[in-house]
Design a protein around this ligand. Structure first.
Ligand SMILES: [Zn+2]
Length: 303
């Protein structure tokens, strides 16, 4: 049975017209109601888990709501107690997803992938880096010896790359669109930058060329998979051209490759930006359906 993680608190009210599609988490959970899965509700991320990757002064300012205006603008969000709480729930959700993956082999969050957050500041809708927090939790407390991050969001996982640069037991891989945010790319352990307009076949060829080597060396005992749906052709912020079917094939490719090798995989949904929330949520739901498929408990996806 597939294990999935969700908290109703992933969605909070935002001011009217805010560009972040906050409702997608709630709608995604509704759309997945027919999926045969065990659902788990996370608690907020623990202070000690956050402290492994974030600076104490930043965590204090984030907790107290004293992050300065300019730094707040860079994140795309205005601080509020509700935003603080949802960020901790989302991060706690990814840590729980990693724990469930280590226990059961595969688990999916209905949020997560906040890969632009750095040690001392947030950026691009990311306040706390859930991937780095979960990777360091898995190494410190989850019994993992090596963690691989497969970040297939259309944007480079710049925060994760920097946060884990000095952690030899964590390997970061980012495949993203070269001509996209962040303008200044960081150095992951491995980066694969794709040209604007890359479609299904070229994308999947690139992925299939990268994956076997990544899974063989450093031979991870946990994969954190960021399945950003912003690689889709109709995404507002992506510049790649994957189809619905391409998204499903990509997710099946990553999850299947990990399954085949017996490597536990924890998946998060990553970015996805569309004003039509049900359409966007359906793109993200392809991840959970692909996961159900590889665990052998699939149901037909209703489009
Ligand atoms: Zn993205």
């Amino acid at each position: 049975m597939l294990h999935c993680v969700h908290h109703p608190g992933y969605t909070i009210p935002l001011p009217p017209g805010h560009p972040f599609p906050m409702e997608k988490f709630r709608v995604l959970r509704e759309q997945l109601s027919g999926l045969p899965a065990h659902w788990h509700e996370p608690g907020p991320a623990r202070e000690e888990d956050l402290a492994r990757v974030h600076a104490p002064a930043y965590l204090e300012a984030f907790r107290e709501g004293t992050i300065d205006e300019r730094a707040q603008r860079r994140t795309g969000f205005r601080w509020s107690p509700a935003l603080y709480r949802r960020t901790l729930l989302e991060t706690g959700g990814t840590v729980l997803t990693a724990a469930l993956a280590l226990e059961h082999g595969l688990a999916c969050n209905t949020a997560g992938g906040t890969h632009h957050a750095f040690a001392g500041h947030g950026s691009g809708y990311c306040l706390i880096n859930d991937l780095a927090v979960a990777a360091c939790w898995a190494l410190a407390e989850g019994g993992a010896r090596r963690v691989l991050i497969v970040d297939l969001d259309v944007h480079q996982g710049d925060g994760t790359a920097v946060l884990l640069a000095d952690e030899p037991r964590a390997f970061t891989f980012s495949m993203h669109c070269a001509e996209n945010f962040p303008a200044r790319k960081q150095r992951s352990d491995r980066d694969r930058a794709l040209r604007r307009g890359t479609g299904d076949e070229a994308y999947l060829d690139a992925l299939e060329a990268e994956l076997p080597a990544l899974l063989a060396d450093p031979a991870p005992d946990l994969v954190l998979y960021d399945a950003g749906a912003d690689v889709h052709a109709d995404d507002r912020l992506g510049h790649l051209r994957l189809s619905d079917d391409g998204l499903s094939r990509r997710d099946a490719c990553v999850l299947g490759a990990c399954r085949q090798r017996g490597i536990p995989v924890a998946a998060v949904i990553g970015g996805g930006y569309d004003r039509d929330i049900p359409t966007l949520a359906r793109r993200h739901a392809r991840l959970h359906h692909a996961a159900a498929q590889v665990t052998g408990c699939a149901v037909a996806m209703v489009n």
